[in-house]
Design a binder for this molecule. Structure first.
Ligand SMILES: NC(=O)C1=CN([C@@H]2O[C@H](COP(=O)(O)OP(=O)(O)OC[C@H]3O[C@@H](n4cnc5c(N)ncnc54)[C@H](OP(=O)(O)O)[C@@H]3O)[C@@H](O)[C@H]2O)C=CC1
Ligand SMILES: O=C(O)[C@@H]1CCC=N1
Length: 279
């Protein structure tokens, strides 16, 4: 289904690169049918061309007729300029995906030709390893065959969940931003290990293997996270001491607030843009 498709990224930053890496490794879309564009940074395009065997070009040199699926991957603040610059080039059958946090399908539809097929997507940077948790919400005009193409394409970068768009903010808080919470956790594990005399590199490997093992246990065992936690915790043992410290220093609440804070910010980005439109 994907081998004859041409995919063009509008934006060549870290999220575009992570998706390109996952797609190239999956080998479902030939690398020479993946195009990456930006407005001005030629050095960045050269770097991505060399690293992944894809095509890089300035956005203004993109030939729209050659492309089946466009992926918007610029910052949310750049969305209006981007939509304005592509509106007249897009054909009704062409599919537009957007990975921008907080940008709704209705916002894109309102700024494009009537009936344009769009899908809002929220991947994360683990796309780089084909391990993203990615959500997609199709717009109101998107045909089922294009939904299937998008799902196939996004499966190249990891697991795909089709969700109601109203859940996209909380999905962003958990999965889009989520890798950063685990990296932050790792930074602290590594620091504590080093302070207690472990080589930092070794502390990093031990911490990462521990996170990987815990994630696999959650995914492959029937027990809940709470049961799995209890299985680790001996009465008056080491884990109880660690968990007591986590509770004392607000660990659980900090995690809850991190997820809710990111979700709230996603909603704010949407409403700020909507206010500008309605002003
Ligand atoms: N980073 C992450 O973990 C995740 C990010 N996202 C979303 O991905 C998007 C991109 O994030 P990130 O990669 O971190 O951002 P970056 O700032 O790293 O990259 C943005 C890119 O967009 C390019 N750009 C801007 N305007 C245009 C345009 N009109 N046409 C073509 N290219 C354009 C910029 O290059 P130039 O200035 O040369 O044009 C740059 O290459 C954001 O909207 C974010 O919400 C979603 C999930 C996770
Ligand atoms: O920080 C951000 O806004 C983007 C969206 C999700 C992850 N990074």
């Amino acid at each position: 289904m994907l081998k004859n498709k041409t995919v063009a990224f509008l934006g060549a930053g870290s999220m575009a690169e992570a998706m390109i890496s996952g797609m190239v490794q999956a080998e479902k879309v030939p690398a020479n049918q993946i195009i990456v564009t930006n407005r001005s940074n030629a050095e960045r395009l050269n770097e991505l061309e060399t690293k992944y065997g894809i095509k890089g070009m300035k956005r203004e040199d993109l030939v729209f007729e050659d492309v089946d699926v466009f992926i918007l991957a610029m910052k949310p603040k750049d969305i209006d300029v981007a939509l304005h610059s592509i509106k007249t080039h897009l054909q009704p059958h062409q599919l537009l995906l957007s990975v921008l946090a907080g940008i709704s399908t209705s916002y894109m539809e309102d700024h494009l030709a009537q009936g344009q097929q769009v899908i809002r997507v929220m991947p994360n940077t683990s796309s780089m390893m084909g391990e993203s948790a990615t959500a997609m919400s199709p717009g109101q005009y998107t045909a089922m065959d294009n939904v299937m193409i998008a799902k196939d394409l996004l499966t190249c970068i990891g697991e795909v969940y089709t969700i109601d768009e109203e859940k996209m903010d909380i999905f962003t808080g958990i999965a889009g931003s989520g890798p950063a919470y685990f990296y932050y956790l790792m930074e602290h594990i590594e620091r504590a290990g080093a302070e207690e005399g472990l080589d930092p590199e070794m502390a990093r490997q031990i911490g990462a293997q521990t996170i990987l093992g815990a994630a696999k246990m959650i995914m492959e065992q029937d027990e809940t996270p709470a049961q799995l936690r209890e299985n680790v915790t001996s009465p008056n043992g080491t884990t109880a001491a660690g968990l007591d410290a986590l509770a004392k220093f607000g660990g659980g609440e900090a995690i809850t607030q991190a997820v809710k804070g990111a979700s709230k910010r996603s909603k704010e980005i949407s409403s700020q843009l909507q206010k500008v439109v309605n002003a």
